[in-house]
Ligand binder design. Structure first.
Ligand code: SAM
Length: 292
């Protein structure tokens, strides 16, 4: 054992006492961040190089500040994104829906598919699609000006890391309810991770105190924004275009019926996340085929 590994063990039990869900992982990731090494190289940090500022960051995490705000980074599929106060930290469950969308766009076999990401936040979904779907043109819509500063930063950052994505994510300010009027009937895929937590529901401190309120709350039943997304997707999509919308685990049945056949949707499907919980709904517009 070296000094840093001893300190990590103490930090992990302090984080566990504070109610942090993954205390050992967080203690190690903070140590890697503070000492500028990969997590797998923590054992190589000599005792003399131990940085006591480690304990400042451990205290921040013990006060339930999100790990990603402390390191300034969030990982989403193949992206490293900058995050902090004012923007929603992208979540693992959204990676699954994004993967579904990337596969659906691949199956369309269109040279330059047009995509709308409604409520883009950090730009996670939009940038992942631009990175993984050759030729995709992604219109990212965000109402919150503070969040848009992070989107802009990440568009620039990802453009440098993967030049083939540069210029393929277009950021639009404003409410997604009236978004992209010039693209009505011309979009191949609409995707959204909208606010969907029912008003008054309990959320952990990392969420309630640090994610922006506009990213979280979806009205009395949590479905206010999802109903708006349904109407907007109906307007934006071409016939046979597809929509994917994330929702909370208990909302699968309700969201299924938001994308009802009587509204012109076909092949509406519930999908699960990595933990096996209902997590997103997909549907196809128009009458010609069935979403899979
Ligand atoms: C749950 S966050 C998702 C962010 C990102 N797409 C992700 O998955 O990490 C929802 C985002 O939608 C934005 N938003 C909420 N209502 C909106 C509206 N009416 N118009 C545009 N953006 C909205 C919020 O500001 C927030 O950035």
């Amino acid at each position: 054992m070296n000094l840093l590994l001893d300190e990590i063990t103490v930090a992990a039990s302090r984080l566990a006492e504070a109610g942090v869900e993954s205390p050992r992982t967080d203690a190690e990731l903070i140590a890697a961040h503070v000492h500028g090494v990969a997590r797998g190289a923590l054992h190589t940090v000599p005792d003399a190089a131990f940085d006591p500022r480690y304990w400042d960051d451990v205290a921040r995490r013990a006060s339930r500040e999100p790990l990603q705000h402390i390191t300034g980074l969030a990982y989403f599929r193949y992206l490293e994104l900058e995050v902090g106060p004012g923007v929603f930290v992208p979540r693992q469950e959204t990676e699954v829906m994004t993967g579904w969308a990337i596969d659906a766009l691949g199956e369309m076999d269109i040279a330059e598919p047009v995509v709308a990401d409604l409520g883009t936040g950090s730009g996670a979904i939009a940038l992942a699609i631009a990175q993984e779907v050759p030729g995709a043109r992604v219109h990212a819509v965000e109402a919150d000006p503070l969040a848009r500063q992070w989107t802009e930063r990440n568009i620039a950052r990802c453009g440098e890391a993967a030049p083939h994505t540069a210029g393929r994510v277009m950021l639009h300010g404003g409410d997604f309810a009236s978004a992209l009027p010039g693209l009505s009937g011309a979009v191949d895929l609409v995707i959204s991770n909208p606010p969907y937590i029912p008003a008054g529901a309990w959320v952990p401190p990392e969420v309630g105190e640090y994610d922006p309120a506009t990213a979280l709350w979806g009205g009395a039943d949590g479905l206010d924004a999802i109903r708006v997304i349904e109407r907007v997707a109906r307007r934006l999509l071409r016939s046979d275009g597809v929509v994917a919308v994330e929702h909370g685990a208990p909302q699968g049945a309700a969201v299924y019926w938001v994308f009802a056949e009587e509204n012109g949707w076909r092949g509406t499907l519930n999908h699960i996340d990595l933990a096996g919980r209902d997590r997103f709904v997909t549907a196809r517009s128009g009458r010609s085929s069935v979403a899979g």
